[in-house]
Design a protein around this ligand. Structure first.
Ligand SMILES: Nc1nc2c(c(=O)[nH]1)N[C@H]1C(S)=C(S)[C@@H](COP(=O)(O)O)O[C@H]1N2
Ligand SMILES: [Mo]
Length: 565
């Protein structure tokens, strides 16, 4: 090359200098893309705050992603991040948005208007995610539409400035003697963003500086404004929710009957789970990225499908049917052997049977499809909620207070004996009496069984790895559950030396877990402790290991613990 070129060495240098900054401009283009996307979201969030709170693209897109991520990814998120799984999801979406926006910026810089088209498409997809969500109003699309327009225009303006800056810089680099071809008038045809007189006068001194400064000012202003407006809107939306006050003031009538906790139901052993799980400690599992906030005054429950007459109940109508108190242990299908995804609570509610009777289900129906305001659905065998002696309820209170928002305020279902995903619909607003042949619930096409009774199981609470024992007399204790059947026996095995019976606490009823313990003379060193239960029907908990999918884990918990001297 060097031998065939006619250019002088200094011209070669200049050419190289002209090309060199290109990579640097890519970075600025990427920043322009990210700032445009931030502006899109910020504008959408502030408009959503004012005109349609369900129009937040951040939430709609997030919820959409929750619904489409494959099962293994959800299981990974729950296993790795536990209750922070949603935070992890939001962070992943955020990262993906930043990368995509950066790419859009670079595309817009290299091949306009491809970047702007990409951004517009992203906006259109967000709008689609918003309007297809159950219960979305038409108004909910407006924030994202306006936000997308702002983002696209901004990207166009920013990248145009960037290209001018690059052109000016290249021209100067190619021939330092040449003054820039652009003047202030042609540099700023768009809306002027802080073009100061000093910027223009600097241009006279250093060519390209006007364009550079214009780009930087626009970028910094747009980024700062987006950060303030976007974050402010989200914070304000959360803080100005009037429903907190409504919930605090809500009066749930005193239940006609209350749960009697028998003497000896709760053992006093350090490290053992309390008999009732406080609302603050109660596990939470759902697909809701933000917790739905429903005003009981506007809440209603519609019962349709295979019924003689469609019925709609208000919150007051529901309460008027009469409330009682129930103790029921709720369990998640995602609970691993020895896991903590279950909890026991006092619920105040109305039998589902009573509510269904108002609509008179037709014969031939075998499934109750319950639907949450956020689109989640659960398929419950009709018999599990209508059979005599089954305390399946619409719960309105949990441990003495209105349902917490995260646990389904104002109304959720609780069905003893069935995993939550096929029964415990939170924020429930709709019931469809149907058949398993005709309908599927949320988790069914996602790899979980359509019907899922809770598996008989038992757990050691203490000692555990994080609750070590000291040599000497140790109380080994835990809980066992076989909802609707009841626990008859719990056995513990130390170092595989044989099963010995544990002492059971007095169960509240067959729908709740029961505490158990054994006295153990612990010697220093490592020991295996295993546990298994037998239910009142004489069924021994299986030692066959099963994963949580498709219908719940099984196997005996057997763990290695260290006893200190
Ligand atoms: N609306 C709605 N209800 C739902 C779910 C959900 O994702 N959305 N998850 C179910 C599952 S899988 C379980 S285990 C229970 C958990 O109830 P909790 O969060 O109150 O403990 O709620 C059930 N109800
Ligand atoms: Mo669950």
């Amino acid at each position: 090359m060097a031998t065939t070129t006619t250019a002088s060495p200094s011209q070669n240098d200049a050419t190289r200098r002209a090309r060199a900054p290109r990579k640097r401009f890519w970075v600025f283009a990427a920043i322009a893309g990210v700032v445009s996307a931030a502006a899109l979201l910020a504008v959408a969030e502030v408009i959503a705050l004012v005109i349609a709170r369900d129009g937040s693209p951040v939430l709609a897109v997030g919820s959409f992603v929750v619904d489409i991520v494959p099962r293994w990814a959800k299981e990974f998120a729950i296993a790795t991040f536990g209750e922070n799984d949603k935070l992890f999801l939001l962070a992943s979406i955020g990262l993906a948005v930043v990368v995509a926006a950066a790419v859009a910026g670079v595309l817009q810089y290299l091949r306009p208007p491809i970047g702007a088209v990409v951004l517009a498409l992203a906006g259109a997809l967000s709008v689609a995610a918003i309007v297809t969500r159950t219960g979305a109003t038409a108004l909910a699309s407006v924030p994202t539409i306006v936000g997308t327009l702002v983002g696209v225009v901004l990207l166009h303006l920013m990248v145009r400035r960037l290209r001018r800056w690059h052109a000016a810089a290249s021209a100067v680099a190619a021939d330092p003697a040449t003054t820039p071809a652009t003047d202030a008038a042609t540099t700023f045809p768009g809306p002027a963003v802080a073009v100061s007189a000093s910027a223009v006068s600097t241009a006279a001194v250093r060519p390209g500086a006007v364009d550079r400064r214009a780009f930087i000012v626009m970028t910094v202003v747009a980024a700062a404004a987006s950060a303030v407006v976007g974050t402010g809107s989200r914070v304000l939306a959360a803080a100005t929710s009037s429903l907190r006050g409504i919930r605090d003031a809500l009066k749930i009538p005193a239940p006609a009957s209350t749960v009697t906790v028998p003497a000896g139901a709760e053992l006093d052993i350090p490290g053992l789970s309390s008999l009732f799980t406080s609302n603050a400690d109660f596990y939470r599992v759902d697909t809701a990225l933000t917790v739905p906030e429903i005003d009981p005054a506007t809440w209603s429950l519609t019962i349709g499908g295979m019924v003689d007459k469609e019925v709609t109940l208000s919150f007051q109508d529901l309460l008027d049917l009469g409330v009682d108190e129930y103790a029921i242990t709720l369990t998640c299908v995602s609970n691993e052997v020895g896991g903590y995804l279950l909890g026991n609570a006092r619920w105040v509610g109305v039998p589902i049977r009573t509510v269904l009777a108002l609509a008179a289900p037709a014969s031939g129906a075998d499934m109750l499809l319950s639907k949450s305001i956020d689109g989640f659905t659960a398929s419950t065998p009709l018999s599990a909620v209508t059979d005599d002696g089954i305390d399946a309820i619409f719960a309105v209170a949990m441990n003495g207070e209105p349902l917490p928002f995260e646990h389904g305020f104002p109304v959720r279902m609780i069905v003893p004996g069935l995993y939550g995903y096929v029964s415990a619909t939170k924020w429930v607003t709709e019931l469809k009496v149907t058949t398993f042949a005709a309908d599927q619930a949320y988790w069914t096409p996602r790899g979980y069984a359509a019907e899922a009774p809770i598996k008989l199981s038992s757990r050691i609470d203490t000692p555990r790895i994080d609750k070590p024992a000291t040599a000497g007399a140790v109380k080994v204790a835990g809980v066992a559950w076989a909802q609707t059947v009841g626990i008859d026996k719990v056995e513990v095995n130390f170092d595989d030396q044989g099963w010995q019976p544990a002492t059971l606490a007095t169960a509240i009823n067959d729908d709740t877990w029961v505490q158990w313990f054994v006295d153990w003379q612990a010697t220093p060193g490592s020991h295996y402790i295993a546990v298994r239960a037998t239910d009142k029907a004489g069924k021994l908990q299986t030692d066959e290991r099963a994963p949580i999918a498709p219908d719940g884990s099984s196997g005996w918990q057997r763990m290695l613990i260290t006893v200190k001297q």
